[in-house]
Design a protein around this ligand. Structure first.
Ligand SMILES: NC(=O)c1ccc[n+]([C@@H]2O[C@H](COP(=O)([O-])OP(=O)(O)OC[C@H]3O[C@@H](n4cnc5c(N)ncnc54)[C@H](O)[C@@H]3O)[C@@H](O)[C@H]2O)c1
Length: 400
């Protein structure tokens, strides 16, 4: 099996996590992948990244400022795309057109239409197109799935309540963060609902199946001023959302977050089966249950997911165990990168395809669409493009 020559496109914040992951993959399987190119519009970022990569593989990657240039050099067979959201489809389509397999960070394309274009191109060319999704792969999320679907300990999945109020008054006016593109809806497509919400939607799809319909309310209640390039601007992302989700499986869920209600911070993060619950004391409403989440079944002492994890592992056949935690990896980034590289090298399918990313994203967009129309929205209609008022202006702006 020839090593997969890989290019990393976008060498910013999350690409550092990917670098750690690629390093781990190479430590355990040096012949699987080699980073031959780094690409960033900000050249010093790509140079620094190449230097760091040279610290754990024999060769230093070539450095590029533009994707066209990287593709023209003809060395990469796979690309790991870690750019801002509005560039996901642009970079992915360029790579796919050049015959290069692609892993794209969540939310895998700016809009539903953008992701569909990517999928069509990948299918036409028979290339791997993966969504970089790390969260569902963690031991606690895998253990939660087992408790709900195989072990029988929690009975059948019923629903969840994941809500958080955490008062964080806006600073006056804050220096724009380095990743200021996020605060611009034209480049990010939205705030929590589509950003960390992409992880949330993937995790709940993993645990409960596809979302059938959504009622959502999204608001920007308090203006969040910031200074960018010496100019005063506003963070355009929502500071309040609340949604009710109905799944095709019959499961129902409540999901909400705000940072603008003063006087009483609180959270509730619980997943319910017919016999008990998984209760997460971390208050994280985006990433599914964490290792310290407690499993509570009537008449039994509470136990953490971390505590139960070895029993889940013991229940797995050697093949399944190797598929879920190859080489004993448990870090979600390492697992997603390994999965992608294996798929490119061997032709097998990835666990989280672009189609999965699309379905998670459509459920998140359904919340914005519902908020705009004031009506409950079927996710199927968002996927089919019948409901697209929220995304239409983004598609028009970027010519999608
Ligand atoms: N999985 C996770 O937990 C997680 C966490 C954070 C971010 N992300 C995702 O990762 C992606 C990137 O987010 P980030 O926080 O790393 O952003 P970032 O701003 O830190 O990094 C983006 C990088 O892309 C580069 N870039 C911009 N335009 C480019 C172009 N035309 N060609 C090449 N490079 C270009 C920028 O210079 C920057 O270095 C987003 O999709 C985001 O949602 C995922």
């Amino acid at each position: 099996m020839a090593r997969v020559p890989l290019g990393v496109v976008g060498c910013g914040g999350i690409a550092k996590q990917h670098q750690r992951a690629w390093r781990q993959v190479r430590e355990r399987e040096p012949d699987l992948v080699e980073i031959v190119a780094t690409c960033d519009a900000h050249r010093p970022s790509a140079e620094r990244y190449a230097d760091e990569v040279a610290g754990f593989q024999a060769s230093r990657p070539e450095v590029y400022e533009g994707v066209e240039e990287m593709l023209r050099a003809g060395r990469v067979r796979a690309a790991d795309v870690c750019t801002p959201h509005h560039l996901h489809h642009v970079v992915a389509l360029q790579c796919l057109a050049a015959g290069v397999a692609v892993q794209v960070e969540k939310p895998s394309g700016l809009t539903v239409k953008a992701t569909k274009r990517m999928i069509e191109e990948a299918n036409r060319r028979g290339l791997v197109l993966a969504t970089a999704e790390n969260v569902r792969r963690g031991p606690s999320q895998r253990t939660a799935w087992w408790l709900l679907h195989e072990s029988g300990r929690l009975g059948s999945a019923q629903g969840f309540c994941m809500q958080r109020v955490q008062h964080q008054p806006p600073a006056e006016p804050a220096q724009a963060p380095a990743w200021v593109w996020r605060a611009d809806r034209t480049r990010s497509a939205g705030g929590w609902v589509i950003d960390s919400g992409a992880h949330f939607m993937d995790t709940v799809r993993y645990l409960f199946g596809d979302v059938e319909s959504v009622y959502g309310c999204v608001r920007d209640v308090v203006p969040h001023p910031m200074v960018h390039d010496g100019l005063r601007a506003f963070d355009q992302r929502e500071d309040f959302f609340a949604a009710i989700l109905q799944f095709e499986s019959g499961v129902v869920g409540q999901w909400a977050r705000t940072t603008v209600f003063p006087g009483h911070d609180w959270f509730q993060c619980a997943i319910y089966g017919s016999r008990g619950a998984i209760v997460d004391p971390s208050g994280d409403i985006f990433h599914g249950p964490r290792p310290h989440a407690e499993v509570r079944v009537e008449g039994q002492a509470p136990r953490t997911l971390e505590d139960i994890y070895p029993e889940f592992l013991a229940s797995l056949s050697p093949e399944r165990r190797e598929r879920l935690f190859p080489h004993g990896f448990t870090d979600g980034f390492t697992l997603e990168c390994y999965d992608f590289a294996q798929a490119v090298a061997t032709g097998r399918e990835v666990e989280v395809s672009a189609e999965d990313g699309l379905r998670a994203k459509a459920a998140a967009f359904a919340i914005y669409e519902s908020s705009l129309s004031g009506q409950a929205v079927r996710v199927r209609d968002v996927l089919d493009g019948k409901v697209d008022a929220y995304q239409r202006w983004l598609n028009e702006k970027w010519g999608i």
